[in-house]
Design a protein around this ligand. Structure first.
Ligand SMILES: Cc1cc2nc3c(=O)[nH]c(=O)nc-3n(C[C@H](O)[C@H](O)[C@H](O)COP(=O)(O)OP(=O)(O)OC[C@H]3O[C@@H](n4cnc5c(N)ncnc54)[C@H](O)[C@@H]3O)c2cc1C
Length: 307
């Protein structure tokens, strides 16, 4: 059971920062609360009693998004359902709808935020590899000398390991910035253990832009989740593909190299085996999903494990 001495629902960022800065040790922030509540309810974290619970869901400064200079700046309140329903986000962040379609269920997607997914820093989070492939960065704000001080940290440095980030006491994540990838095909492959509400064993996000004839990889972004303590950007595979012909041999070479990154000790052989397969599948799916190109197969398919 989750209980708290004080529950706050601030109506401005300044109020939220003031409450958070003054909150007694052991207090928690929540956005959608889809990580915190189930842990308490299921007893995984035991009975949880908090001095204060600060609910960020009514802070207007954390809503909405803007697009500027090739970047999409998402308010930290952006929920997974937005990546399915907002046509501008679908166009600019083409791998995110593929992540969202396999993320939890309708109810969870309506409240679960990308920012919460990143701050929670689970090695099997679905949003982290996609955000890393989009060159993601997170903006953190805190109150300092009566004003709001902000800093921006690239996601690859933000996530330090399972459940560990560089967020400091008193800081609130205010936005997540991602590359605008209009014109790219996007994909997400997820290997799970059951069909509904699958938590990944491993996952792969891909973004692909080709020349007009569809013969050359102009740009490729690839990132893995669930195979190590944090998300892994597959830069070697990207380099191998960029500027090269789109053919089976090149794709297989890049996919085989990706399996070398599997560091997770649990079910290591299994993860290595599937990684090469779904990097290939993610690339093919992203190629099929390029705008103005008729898909040749189901673009949101999921690879199911025989666990
Ligand atoms: C049934 C179910 C299915 C799920 N399926 C998936 C899935 O398919 N894939 C997946 O990746 N995850 C899944 N999850 C986990 C969870 O939904 C995600 O991690 C979600 O994105 C968390 O977002 P949230 O807004 O609910 O975070 P919260 O639970 O509110 O917070 C998570 C953590 O982030 C911190 N936090 C939240 N917002 C901020 C902020 N603005 N600034 C600073 N700290 C903040 C909180 O203090 C907490 O430590 C599932 C959960 C459930 C219950």
């Amino acid at each position: 059971m989750l209980t708290c001495d004080a529950y706050h629902r601030p109506r401005s960022l300044a109020d939220a920062l003031a409450l958070w800065g003054a909150a007694p040790e052991g207090s928690r922030l929540v956005s959608g609360a889809t990580d915190l509540y189930p842990a308490a309810r299921d007893g995984r974290a035991g009975d949880v009693h908090l001095p204060a619970l600060i609910d960020l869901s009514a802070v207007p400064e954390l809503g909405g998004y803007e697009i500027a200079k090739g970047r999409v700046h998402l308010g930290a309140g952006t929920v997974y359902q937005d990546f399915l329903t907002d046509p501008v986000l679908r166009q600019n962040l083409p791998c995110m709808p593929h992540v969202a379609i396999w993320f939890a269920d309708d109810q969870i997607r309506e409240v679960a935020t990308l920012a919460g997914n990143l701050v929670n820093a689970s090695p099997v989070a679905d949003g982290t590899p996609a955000a890393v492939a989009l060159n993601g960065a997170i903006e953190l704000a805190r109150l300092e000398q009566g004003g709001i001080r902000r800093r921006t940290v690239e996601l690859e440095s933000f996530i330090q390991g399972p459940g560990r980030t560089v967020i400091e006491p008193g800081e609130i994540a205010t936005r997540v910035s991602l590359d605008s990838c209009c014109g790219y095909g996007g994909a997400f492959q997820k290997v799970g253990q059951r069909r509904s509400l699958v938590i990944s064993v491993a996952c792969c996000a891909a973004l692909v832009r080709t020349d007009a004839e569809g013969r050359i990889f102009e740009d490729v972004r690839l990132a893995l989740g669930g195979v190590g303590p944090g998300p892994i950007r597959l830069r070697e595979a990207e380099r191998l593909l960029r500027g090269n012909r789109i053919d089976t041999e090149t794709i297989l070479r890049a996919a085989d190299g990706a399996a070398e990154h599997v560091a997770s000790r649990s079910r290591r052989d299994y993860r290595r085996e599937v990684v090469a397969n779904f990097v290939r599948a993610a690339l093919e799916e992203a190629l099929d999903a390029r705008p103005n190109r008729a898909p040749s197969h189901d673009q949101t398919k999921e690879t199911m494990a025989n666990a």
